[in-house]
Design a protein. Structure first.
Length: 231
């Protein structure tokens, strides 16, 4: 039998098999980011299908970090009841579900948030409208937002969280030499560019504890001339 069908475990999270439904954007959340019956039903169907681990679609931790229409929000406590209905529906089907925590940063949708998108640097030539280069206060707010969102995910019954550090979103923008031109401790060397994702991780750990599964999605290569490479 293939190892795909063997049981596995991630920091105490027991999985019946090695199949993972990676996060995708369904566009099924309400206008305010709340879970809808349609979204909850989809997650239940995935669990019923027998996939070992479901990772929810990217859930924005700050309104300014919203990427698109129908995206799940986990930025406020009032989102918890709907998210709890989602996890309950999955658990009723003996499924396991992890919440992906995200912030679009440079690529956030200003029309949806009503705010100027924030980014590590205001890189020219990519977006038509200007982006706000983040201050130290903005950075701290983002760290706290990720940590608070992780706490909400745990309260709502998610079996773990996944930090979205890929696909050109905010945390990957900090890591990327294509987006990060900062001259402070968050820019320059790879150690500095990785500082924010690591601080986000540590802040999440302080909220959820050491025994709660925390995953990260991260790019290995950006396939652009000035982008991140495996080395």
């Amino acid at each position: 039998m293939s190892r795909l069908f063997e049981a596995g475990e991630i920091n105490g999270m027991k999985l019946e098999n090695r199949f993972v439904r990676s996060a995708t954007w369904e566009g099924m959340a309400a206008e305010d980011g709340a879970c809808t019956p349609k979204l909850i039903s989809l997650m239940a169907d995935l669990a019923r299908g027998g996939v070992g681990l479901i990772i929810s679609s990217h859930s924005y931790v700050q309104k300014v970090g919203q990427a698109g229409i129908g995206q799940i929000g986990i930025h406020e406590d009032r989102m918890i009841p709907g998210l709890e209905k989602m996890t309950t529906a999955v658990h009723d089907q003996r499924g396991i579900i992890v919440c992906q925590l995200a912030h679009a940063g440079f690529f956030a949708n200003a029309k949806l948030s009503g705010q100027t998108p924030i980014a590590p640097s205001n890189v020219e030539g990519i977006a038509k409208a200007p982006r706000k280069e983040m201050t130290k206060e903005d950075i701290q707010d983002v760290i706290e937002a990720f940590a608070a969102a992780a706490g909400r995910a745990k309260s709502a019954g998610f079996d773990g969280v996944q930090i979205h550090g890929a696909h050109g979103y905010l945390l990957s923008q900090f890591i990327s030499p294509m987006f990060n031109f900062r001259a402070d401790e968050y820019g320059g060397s790879i150690e500095n560019r990785a500082r924010l994702p690591l601080e986000v991780f540590k802040a999440i750990r302080r909220v959820v504890g050491n025994d709660y599964p925390v995953l990260i999605k991260i790019n290995c290569k950006e396939f652009t001339e000035k982008g991140l490479t495996p080395p």
